[in-house]
Design a protein around this ligand. Structure first.
Ligand code: C5P
Length: 220
């Protein structure tokens, strides 16, 4: 089968990660979680005492950490300066600060370049998930998917993942983060004009995976 590049964008809690990993594994493609990269740089900023509300400070530190993503969908990894960061990047503190860091143009320029290199060198093809993959990072992707779901469904899924988190508080945090990600100046969260929109509110994860696999196979 030919190499294929798939961009999967959408807000938090739409099933992007689970879908992207499963589709990549089924089709023998690499997988890249771009949110993990923005989380990793945010974690580095926090750990190194950079004030994440100070865009100039974030911009001048942006090039310092070395972020490496492993692209095996059955075992995606992320390291910062050689250390495994997969646990620390999922804390509430990182989640609440990542939108501020990812809005800084210098951060986006560096991470976007990293993402393009990874996509270019994935021999069998790759599924790349994020917020601006179809619009900015890989505008020539073979297939672009935009996943959506109602805020209630997204919050319920996310609080399930966070084991026992309050659904209402989770929904408020999600809505706030999506608003910040959608309204920033540099490559906001947006559906590309040529993306296929899939509303996952009433679908099981398996149904979403099947739908995306079918769409990819049509492109190959
Ligand atoms: O996907 P995840 O929820 O882990 O993403 C964390 C954050 O990273 C998002 O809320 C957003 O601020 C940022 N992000 C981004 N562009 C991407 C992927 C994620 O700005 N392509």
């Amino acid at each position: 089968m030919e190499s294929v590049i798939v961009a999967i964008d959408g807000p938090s809690g739409t099933g992007k990660s689970s879908t992207s990993k499963a589709v990549a594994a089924k089709l023998g493609l690499s997988y890249l979680d771009t949110g993990a990269q923005y989380r990793a740089i945010t974690w580095w900023m926090i750990s190194n005492g950079v004030d994440v509300t100070d865009a100039d400070a974030v911009a001048s530190a942006a090039g310092k950490p070395v972020i490496v993503s492993g692209t095996d969908p059955s075992r995606p990894t992320i390291t910062v300066d050689g250390a495994d960061a997969s646990g620390p990047i999922r804390t509430e503190e990182v989640t609440s600060k990542v939108s501020a860091v990812s809005a800084v143009p210098e951060v986006r320029a560096l991470i976007t370049e990293l993402q393009r290199t990874i996509a270019r060198t994935a021999e069998q093809g790759i599924v790349v998930e994020g917020r601006d993959i179809g619009t900015t990072v890989l505008p020539d992707a073979d297939l672009k998917i935009f996943l959506t779901a109602s805020p209630e469904a997204r919050a319920a899924r996310r609080s399930g993942e966070l084991k026992g988190a309050d659904v209402r508080a989770t929904q408020e945090a999600l809505v706030k983060r999506d608003a910040a990600d959608s309204s920033r100046k540099t490559s906001p969260l947006a559906k590309a004009g040529d993306a296929v929109e899939v509303d996952t509110t009433e679908l099981t994860l398996d149904q979403v995976i099947e739908c995306v696999v079918t769409l990819v196979e049509e492109k190959r």
